[in-house]
Design a protein around this ligand. Structure first.
Ligand code: ADP
Ligand code: MG
Length: 323
């Protein structure tokens, strides 16, 4: 945003400083905060906080209504990124959508990181080959990004399409940052926004933002019941930051998520994604990845605003993800 925090009515230099320290660096971040959250971090009264939030919402021009035709105009821009697997693409109505968060959840080794790598390659292809001519930003929280794996997948695509693709070029369009804790992870979405603005000006628009994994730091840092509300509030802010990125740059946002055992499950699958309703409600598409025989993986579309539930089988091979 072009407007400084200090320009908001009720925000003096001292308050602005406290807000920034707490991670509210922009008008947008303040606009989506809750009054109690802001009141606590900035040491101001709740009614003052509510006034500041309202002013920020007006300044950031969010939270307003828009007419259906405007929404339709934006929807027309939605791009679909191929997964490289026919069944999987069909289940997704053509591919992974831009302007949406797609959550990949599943056990360790189920293929979440593999799929993330494959999408980081595919998105760079032209539209004829299911890509979006885009570059990629990856927020890596578990140190599992592997350039060697990207190179293998580029080689796989070269063979699939009979084209000469240069792995080096693909790697140059993938921007990776390690996130060292949950605060850093949230801040990296802001840095990603700055970087994406630069890349857009350079004619290399970011069409894919990956967070792998979304919850690892949050789970490690917020242990015990008393901290859950704090965690969820921060997570909510993070998820909305991601959604905004997707809208702003017409990009796919893909997050990976861990699972935990559901203690009360007598029937069906006893696992569920972590992150509670905050992640559940903000993720537009939820995909459940499961190991099957050998290199096969089963992908289940669990939640979608406009597609039926379904399953697709894929294979994780050295050349990448295939049918
Ligand atoms: P997670 O869901 O934990 O992120 P991964 O995406 O890291 O899981 O999946 C790891 C699995 O992917 C490995 O167990 C292996 O089966 C497969 N895999 C990883 N690298 C390769 C490769 N180069 N060739 C074939 N399969 C691979
Ligand atoms: Mg992984």
């Amino acid at each position: 945003s072009q407007i400084a925090l200090e320009e908001l009515p009720g925000v003096g230099p001292a308050t602005a400083e406290k807000l920034k320290e707490a991670g509210f660096n922009t008008i947008e971040a303040v606009a989506v905060a809750s009054p109690s959250e802001l009141a606590t971090t900035a040491e101001i009264g709740e009614s003052t906080a509510a006034k500041i939030i309202n002013a920020a919402r007006q300044a950031a021009d969010i939270g307003g209504f828009e007419t259906g035709d405007i929404v339709l105009e934006r929807r027309k821009m939605v791009g679909k990124l191929t997964t490289g697997c026919t069944e999987f693409d069909e289940m997704m109505g053509g591919g992974i959508e831009t302007q949406a968060i797609t959550e990949l959840y599943g056990e360790f080794g189920s293929g979440k990181t593999q799929l993330a790598h494959q999408l980081a390659v595919n998105v760079q292809m032209d539209r004829e080959h299911g890509g979006l001519n885009g570059s990629v930003i990856i927020i890596d929280t578990e140190n599992t990004f592997r350039p060697e794996r990207v190179a293998q997948m580029v080689k796989g695509l070269s063979e699939k399409y009979g084209m000469e693709l240069d792995p080096e070029e693909f790697l140059q369009n993938i921007h990776v940052a390690r996130a060292y804790n949950s605060n850093h992870q949230i801040l990296l979405v802001e840095s990603a926004t700055d970087l994406a603005n630069e890349l857009r000006d350079m004619g290399k628009p970011v069409r894919l933002l990956i967070v792998d994994s979304l919850m690892a730091h949050f789970r490690a840092e917020y242990v015990g019941r008393g901290t859950l509300a704090d965690r969820q509030q921060k997570l909510n802010k993070h998820m909305h930051g991601l959604l905004r990125f997707g809208d702003l740059f017409n990009a796919c946002v893909v997050v990976t998520n861990q699972v935990m055992a559901k203690p009360d499950a007598f029937f069906g699958d006893p696992t569920r994604p972590v992150g509670g309703h905050v992640v559940g409600h903000t993720a537009t598409f939820r995909l459940y990845l499961r190991k099957s025989k050998g290199d096969k993986r089963i992908i289940r579309l669990v939640d979608s605003p406009n597609l039926p539930e379904g399953e697709a089988v894929i294979a994780v091979t050295t050349a990448g993800l295939t049918d």
